[in-house]
Design a binder for this molecule. Structure first.
Ligand code: PEP
Length: 250
């Protein structure tokens, strides 16, 4: 099965609304590749101006987080309906920075995944191991557990539309990329986990990204791996380099 590549930028806590519009306009001519789904996951306050700036472009809009309740007394949170109304399609959940600094857990990721699917979003579910876990030889056990908890209660049909981002924590924002072989090994393991849960049809449909210091120099080799269907890009998403990654096959 051929899966369309998906290259998503995770802007993290960068760019004010006016800077965000400027970045969209700078990148616009650089990110046109019909072979790739391109997504910008932007800070909540940038969603509305970025949506407007993206009009007529091939880029899909994403958010970096969502809350798992529909509405109510949850000061500071953003609901699925708010994101929907603002034109968001993709939502990152379970990013390691949210787990580390904001107490995100596999259980809250599961609640968010179910809520996003109920509301017709395309979730991007992040998973990844620490350096200690890698060195202890438990990478795949850890990732399997993260995936199994995240997908609890998700149907096979729903699972097909979920994007999984494998992001080794030691590679995020460090300039230390996993080798193509290391990234492929875990992405293949994730696909096998999905096959165990749902069967091979679903496993073959699910798109799995690699994330962790992917850049213009290393993207080609990573994206050539059979089980790596795209990238989740942090630092390089804020630069013209993002265009080189989107056009990795040119
Ligand atoms: C990320 O934040 O998802 C990420 C992969 O960051 P970076 O590309 O900067 O390592």
């Amino acid at each position: 099965m051929s899966r369309k590549k998906i290259i998503a930028g995770n802007w993290k806590m960068n760019k004010t609304p006016s800077e965000a519009v400027e970045l969209v306009n700078t990148l616009k001519p650089l990110v046109q590749n019909p072979d790739v789904d391109v997504v910008y996951c932007v800070p909540a306050i940038d969603i509305i101006p970025v949506k407007k700036a993206l009009e007529g472009s091939n880029v899909h809009l994403g958010a970096e987080n969502v809350y798992f309740e529909d509405k109510g007394a949850y000061t500071g949170e953003i609901s699925p309906a708010m994101l929907k109304d603002a034109g968001v399609e993709y939502v990152i959940i379970g990013h390691s920075e949210r787990r580390q600094y904001f107490a995100e857990t596999d259980q809250t990721v599961n609640k968010k995944l179910l809520k996003l699917l109920e509301n017709g979003f395309r979730p991007i579910v992040c998973c990844g191991e620490t350096l200690e876990q890698r060195e202890a030889g438990i990478t795949m056990d850890w990732i399997r557990m993260q995936i199994k908890i995240a997908f609890h209660g998700v149907s096979a049909e729903e699972a097909k539309g979920v994007v999984i981002a494998y992001e080794p924590i030691w590679a995020i924002g460090t300039g230390k990329t996993a080798t193509a072989a290391q990234a492929e090994e875990v992405c293949r393991g994730i696909r096998e986990t999905i096959a165990d849960l749902y069967g091979t049809d679903t496993a073959e449909a699910v798109r799995i990204q690699y994330g962790g210091s992917m850049n213009a120099g290393n993207c080609k080799e990573l994206l050539a791996q059979p089980d790596i269907d795209g990238g989740l890009i942090g630092g390089a998403a804020l630069k013209p380099d993002f265009g080189t990654i989107v056009n990795y096959n040119k």
